[in-house]
Design a protein around this ligand. Structure first.
Ligand SMILES: [Zn+2]
Length: 293
């Protein structure tokens, strides 16, 4: 049966990677010679990382449109990078366009801090990293968000817990990822755009992977990352190391219909049958810029 597809797109700024104060201080105390990257080299590095993802997760579009550049407004801040993704409406959920084929505009935009302490480490081989952040690790982290690993659950004292976004017809849809969040009994915590139970501080899972969910809600971090420190989709990334896609990330990606190699090795998961098929996209989408931070 054909999926009924898509009228609208929107772009959301969904993710920022920060460095901690302590990390910053340690790096500053160990200065290194910095070689600066050009925007072009940055874009090439991102393209290389995307191509590695396509190699690992063969349904992905090798022709996806990534736009990656340095953002001077991040100089002197503790933000390493931000990402904005385009989502398209599919079966009453918002789905990442990066995880689909045939989207013709930018699927994904990444802004990178041009001057982290000691500059960026960019080699594929991690041996020489020393006191630097690995650019490729940050890009991989953001690409996984861009593929749809990220929740729209949010809280404000005015309206309480909310999930999902409205389309231009005034209909609200959750993100596909939101619909996969389960409590420890396996129950969904959202239904449509209704939040069924207070989510903060409870044990929550996507594809069996426990989510980062401290009792004090952290906008942009809670629910959108897993709870495994020093792995790629933890909410903060360490310097001095290079992290790759591993079991937890592969399980989470599977939940948003991105199937990567070796998934079978990690399989303790239902829902393996849901895949995106027969999708047709409009050439132009309604683009809304919504800043969540
Ligand atoms: Zn993140």
């Amino acid at each position: 049966m054909r999926n009924v597809v898509i009228l609208l797109c929107m772009t959301i700024v969904q993710s920022r990677v920060h460095m901690s104060k302590i990390a910053k201080e340690v790096l500053i105390k160990h200065p290194m010679n910095i070689s600066k990257l050009s925007n072009q080299e940055l874009q090439w590095t991102a393209n290389e990382e995307w191509n590695k993802f396509v190699g690992l997760c063969p349904n992905l579009d090798s022709g996806a449109s990534l736009s990656v550049s340095f953002d001077d407004s991040l100089i002197g801040t503790d933000t390493l990078a931000w990402a904005a993704m385009t989502t398209v409406q599919l079966n009453n959920t918002w789905v990442s366009s990066l995880a689909t084929q045939k989207f013709s505009s930018y699927d994904f935009i990444i802004g990178v801090n041009p001057e982290p302490p000691n500059g960026w480490y960019t080699n594929s081989n991690c041996e020489g990293i020393s006191y630097q952040y690995d650019l490729r690790t940050v890009l991989r982290h953001e690409l996984i968000h861009g593929l749809g690993v990220g929740s729209s659950l949010r809280y404000s004292s005015f309206s309480g817990w909310r999930v999902g976004y409205y389309d231009s017809y005034g209909l609200c849809h959750p993100r596909l990822y939101d619909t996969k969040i389960k409590d420890q009994n396996g129950n969904n915590i959202v239904q449509g755009c209704n939040v069924l139970k207070t989510p903060q501080g409870t044990s929550l899972y996507v594809g069996g992977v426990q989510l980062y969910n401290p009792y004090s809600f952290q906008q942009g971090s809670s629910f959108s990352h897993h709870n495994y420190i020093n792995e790629l989709m933890y909410f903060s990334l360490p310097w001095g190391t290079c992290l790759n896609l591993q079991a937890q990330e592969i399980k989470m990606l599977h939940q948003v219909n991105v199937n990567c190699v070796n998934f079978e090795n990690y399989e303790d998961i239902v829902d393996a049958s849901s895949t995106l098929t027969s999708m047709v996209f409009p050439l132009h989408c309604l683009m809304l810029l919504m800043y969540l931070f």
